[in-house]
Design a protein around this ligand. Structure first.
Ligand code: UFG
Length: 324
């Protein structure tokens, strides 16, 4: 297939591009490089330096390379904390930018889209593991933007026959199991890259945000999912919506939970570094525990996490961070 990957130079986007290329597809990456990196681009994929606010550029990109069969849309801001301080930035990019993409898809006749959604659409868990029937009450504006886009997708499905797969990622982590992708996220806010930056000396120490949660060791539990697993989920989801002509919303998670202290212990063991840390107060808005049910992804797509054990998540990350 001929696939347009919007946000394909980013951390997750580059892994997804690699997956589609490895599966024999023709890929075009469209990215404004605001957080994406040139070093994440592949010579086999055509690159267009463009912004999703530029409607003409989107139209041209969609028509280029002989036209595209599908769009993978990963271009979004994703810092939940920042979204509460600067919602305008998130409305404009995540919502208005996606409306441009959908309208350009209508105009160019592209009928399939895979969208990067997030477990942030659920908000505070009412039960665990979280399945797709769990109520959606985002606790932060970032999660709200993802949920709004799902609503747009649903309407465009009904009105314009655009089929979509909305993939609700849990905590994306790790690096390419094949070792091709090496671009480091700039100013990361997530736990594993922060641990890695501390292990390799970019940071002197790190903070554990609270050890008084109602969990066995007092620190928060999350469901970490390897980016290579996320990538195969995109390929399987696209296959599903094109073959079945049906839209889907599915969780992508490992169905296992690791606490902050467990992640840190494994990182110390795998890296051999002390990784100094302090316990500080809780970060506002952090639920004690989040784990996914990914049984729908298995049932519909045959997808299951294969690389998301904590040793692999840490080893593949350290493989990249230890070389800087
Ligand atoms: N944490 C620390 N210290 C840090 C960074 C994080 O203790 O320096 C803790 C957090 O308090 C939390 C856990 O590590 O308990 C994971 O935090 P992250 O910031 O890595 O991830 P979140 O669970 O907050 O959120 C991530 C994504 C969201 C997504 C969500 C889905 O950033 O976009 O997973 O589960 F919605």
């Amino acid at each position: 297939m001929n696939i347009l990957i919007i946000g394909g130079a980013g951390y997750i986007g580059s892994h997804v591009t690699s997956e589609f290329l490895d599966n024999g597809n023709k890929c075009t990456v469209f990215d404004n490089l605001s957080s994406g990196l040139r070093e994440n681009l592949f010579p086999e994929a055509k690159f267009i330096h463009g912004d999703i606010h530029d409607y003409q550029a989107l139209l041209e990109a969609m028509k280029s390379n002989g036209g595209h069969d599908a769009i993978i849309h990963l271009a979004a801001f994703k810092a939940a904390g920042e979204s509460m301080l600067i919602p305008q930035k998130y409305s404009r990019n995540n919502i208005a930018g996606t409306i441009n993409i959908l309208n350009a898809a209508c105009e160019t006749g592209i009928k399939n889209i895979v969208f990067s959604s997030s477990a942030a659409v659920y908000g505070e868990p009412q039960y665990l593991p979280i399945d797709e029937k769990h109520p959606t009450q985002p606790e932060n504006f970032y999660g709200f933007t993802k949920l709004e886009i799902e609503r747009f997708l649903d309407w465009y499905d009904k009105l314009k026959n655009i089929r979509y797969a909305s993939l609700r990622y849990f905590n994306a982590a790790g690096y390419d199991v094949k070792g091709k992708i090496k671009g480091l996220e700039q100013n990361p806010a997530n736990l594993i890259p922060i641990i890695m930056e501390t292990a390799c000396g970019i940071r002197k120490e790190m903070q554990i945000f609270g050890d008084d949660y109602d969990t066995p060791d007092g620190t928060c539990i999350r469901d970490y999912i390897h980016v290579s697993d996320l990538s195969s989920g995109h390929a399987m989801a696209l296959d599903y919506i094109t073959k079945k002509d049906k839209s889907i919303i599915v969780n992508l998670g490992s169905e296992t939970g690791s606490s902050v202290k467990e992640v840190l212990d494994i990182a110390r063991k795998e890296t051999g570094k002390p990784i100094p840390c302090n316990i500080t107060s809780r970060r506002p808005g952090d639920p004690a525990k989040l784990t996914a049910s990914a049984s729908l992804a298995f049932e519909l797509l045959g997808w299951k996490a294969k690389h998301s054990d904590m040793e692999t998540l840490i080893k593949t990350s350290w493989n990249v961070y230890s070389k800087i």
